[in-house]
Design a protein around this ligand. Structure first.
Ligand code: PLP
Length: 471
C-alpha cells in the first residue's frame, strides 16, 4: 500500500468509525446472526492475488458488521462494560500507526515512562498510598495469574520456577465462590491445581468471605501438611458484585504469612469516587490488586492496571535476562516486560493518558455516579412493578432481578433474557444466585444517558408481558 492509499484508507476508516458510533442507537445491541452465518459467507481458501481495498472494505461492511455485537452501544447492559471512550480510540489509532514493541525501556522510552506516570496518576485517583507501583497488563486474567505465580514462588522460597511443583508440599490458595473464573484458570495454569483452591463460604448482603472460616481453613490445611500460599479477595464479583471484607482478609492472611491479591477488575474504576471506597476498605494493606480501565473507566481494551506493593517479588518471579534483552549501561530503568508474562507489549499507556487528560477525574466521576444512580432507579422501578422481584440489591451499578409470572422461574427467566436479546433494543445477561436464575442489569456504558436507563425499564417490562417463546 503506497502512502497516498494509506492516507486515503486511514481517513476512510476514521470517518467510518465516527459514523458507526453515531449510528449505534439504530442497531440491535447483540448480533442477530446464527452460528455459522458469517463463516458461510467466507471463501474457504485464501486469495492468490491481492484484492482491492474497495472490495475488502465493502465485504467488511456486508459480511462482518452484521455479525458484531455492539459493545459501545449505549443500551449495552450485559456482562460488564468494555468501554472505549472516543478519545481512547483516537489514542489507539496513533498507537496502531506507530506499532511499537514496548517490551524494554529502550525499545520505546516514552511508552515506559508514560506508563509509570499514568499509573501513578491512577493510583492517586483511586486513593492508594504511594507505596504501590503499577504496570499495565493485557487483562485482569494475566494480572491475577502473575499474582498467583508470586504467591507460589514466595511460598516455595523461590524454588517453584526452578524445581517445579512435584517435589514440594501441596500449595493452597483461598477465595470465595464469588470470584471470577480467571482465578480458577490462574490456579490451573500455575500448576497449583483446582483441588487446592479452597472455597470459603460467604456471608452477609455483600457476599464476602466468612473470615472465621478463612482462618479455620488455613489452620486446618497447615495441620494437614498443606502449604497455604495466598488469598484472592474480590471487590465487585462478576455475578452480583460480591465484596470481601478486605481489612479482615488481609489481617488474617498476613498473620499467617499469606499473600493477598484483590480482584477489583470492574468495581475498581468506581474507586475514583471517594464515597465508594468503603467497599474495599483495607486495600492499602493488600499485596497487589487489579482493576480494568478497559471495563468501566473508558480506556479501550486492553488496559488492565495491576498495582503491586513489592514489584521486586513480581520481577523475581517473572524476569529472565538473556543477553539479547539486556539494556547495558542503563541502571535504574524499568523494563516492564519483566513484570508481565508475555515479552511483547503494546503501547497501552497512551489511551489512558488521553482519557484522563480529556475527561479529567471530575468527568469520569460524574459518569460513574450517574451510572450508579440510573441503575438504582431502574432497580427501584422494577421493585415497584408487579411480578418483578429484585434478587440482589444494587452494588454500585449492578443488580439482579427476576420475573415471577411463571411456574418454572428458571426456565422462564432464561427465556425472557433470550427474548430481550433477540429483540435487540437492549442487551442483558443472566446469572445464578443461590442456584436460581436471575437476570443481571449493569449500567456502565460510556455514552449512556438517563433516557437509556428508562428505555431499558420500558423494554424489560414490555417484553415480560408478551408471550415468551421458549429456547
Ligand atoms: N475479574 C472480574 C471481577 C471480572 O468481571 C472479569 C471479567 O469480566 C475478570 C476478572 C477478567 O477480566 P479480563 O477479561 O481483563 O481478564
Amino acid at each position: 500500500m503506497d502512502e497516498a492509499a494509506f492516507t486515503k484508507w486511514s481517513l476512510r476508516a476514521a470517518q467510518w468509525g465516527a459514523a458507526y458510533r453515531a449510528s449505534l442507537r439504530d442497531r440491535p445491541v447483540r448480533a442477530q446472526t446464527d452460528p455459522g452465518d458469517i463463516r458461510a459467507q467466507l471463501p474457504p481458501t485464501p486469495p492468490q492475488t491481492g484484492e482491492s481495498m474497495e472490495a475488502i472494505f465493502a465485504d467488511f461492511e456486508k459480511i462482518i458488521l452484521p455479525g458484531m455485537t455492539h459493545w459501545q452501544h449505549p443500551r449495552f447492559f450485559a456482562y460488564f462494560p468494555a468501554n472505549a471512550a472516543p478519545v481512547s480510540v483516537i489514542a489507539e489509532y496513533l498507537v496502531t500507526a506507530m506499532a511499537a514493541q514496548c517490551m524494554l525501556w529502550q525499545t520505546s522510552p516514552a511508552a515506559t515512562e508514560l506508563e509509570t506516570s499514568v499509573l501513578d496518576w491512577l493510583r492517586q485517583a483511586i486513593g492508594l498510598p504511594d507505596g504501590f507501583s503499577g504496570v499495565i497488563q493485557d487483562s485482569a486474567s494475566s494480572a491475577t495469574l502473575s499474582a498467583v505465580l508470586v504467591m507460589r514462588e514466595r511460598a516455595l522460597n523461590w524454588n517453584g520456577n526452578k524445581k517445579g511443583l512435584a517435589a514440594g508440599p501441596k500449595l493452597r490458595v483461598y477465595a470465595s465462590d464469588q470470584v471470577h473464573t480467571s482465578i480458577d484458570r490462574a490456579i490451573w495454569v500455575s500448576g497449583i491445581g483446582e483441588e487446592n483452591l479452597a472455597r470459603i463460604p460467604v456471608t452477609g448482603e455483600l457476599r464476602g468471605m466468612d473470615c472465621k472460616a478463612l482462618e479455620a481453613a488455613i489452620i486446618a490445611d497447615r495441620a494437614a501438611g498443606y502449604l497455604p500460599a495466598g488469598v484472592i479477595a474480590c471487590t465487585g464479583g462478576t455475578s452480583v458484585g460480591a465484596c470481601d471484607n478486605i481489612t479482615d482478609v488481609v489481617r488474617i492472611a498476613h498473620a499467617h504469612g499469606l499473600y493477598v491479591h484483590v480482584d477489583a477488575a470492574w468495581a475498581g474504576a468506581a474507586m475514583i469516587c471517594e464515597e465508594f471506597r468503603y467497599l474495599w476498605a483495607g486495600v492499602e494493606e493488600a499485596d497487589s490488586l487489579v482493576l480494568n480501565p478497559h471495563k468501566w473507566l473508558g480506556a479501550q481494551f486492553d488496559c488492565s492496571a495491576h498495582f503491586i506493593r513489592n514489584p521486586q517479588e513480581l520481577v523475581r518471579t517473572l524476569a529472565i535476562h538473556p543477553e539479547f534483552l539486556k539494556t547495558h549501561g542503563r541502571d535504574g530503568i524499568i523494563n516492564y516486560s519483566e513484570w508481565t508474562i508475555p515479552l511483547g507489549r503494546r503501547f497501552r499507556a497512551l489511551k489512558l493518558w488521553f482519557l484522563l487528560r480529556f475527561h479529567g477525574l471530575d468527568g469520569l466521576k460524574t459518569m460513574i455516579r450517574n451510572h450508579v444512580a440510573w441503575s438504582g432507579k431502574v432497580a427501584e422501578r422494577l421493585a415497584n412493578t408487579p411480578d418483578f422481584e429484585i434478587v440482589t440489591k444494587p452494588m454500585l451499578s449492578l443488580f439482579s432481578f427476576r420475573h415471577l409470572a411463571a411456574a418454572d422461574l428458571n426456565a422462564h427467566n432464561l427465556d425472557l433474557v433470550k427474548a430481550i436479546n433477540d429483540d435487540g433494543r437492549i442487551y442483558l445477561t443472566q446469572t445464578r444466585v443461590d442456584g436460581q436464575v436471575a437476570i443481571r442489569f449493569q449500567a456502565g456504558q460510556f455514552g449512556m444517558t438517563e433516557d437509556d436507563a428508562d428505555y431499558a425499564f420500558k423494554v424489560i417490562t414490555e417484553l415480560a408481558q408478551e408471550p415468551i417463546r421458549p429456547w
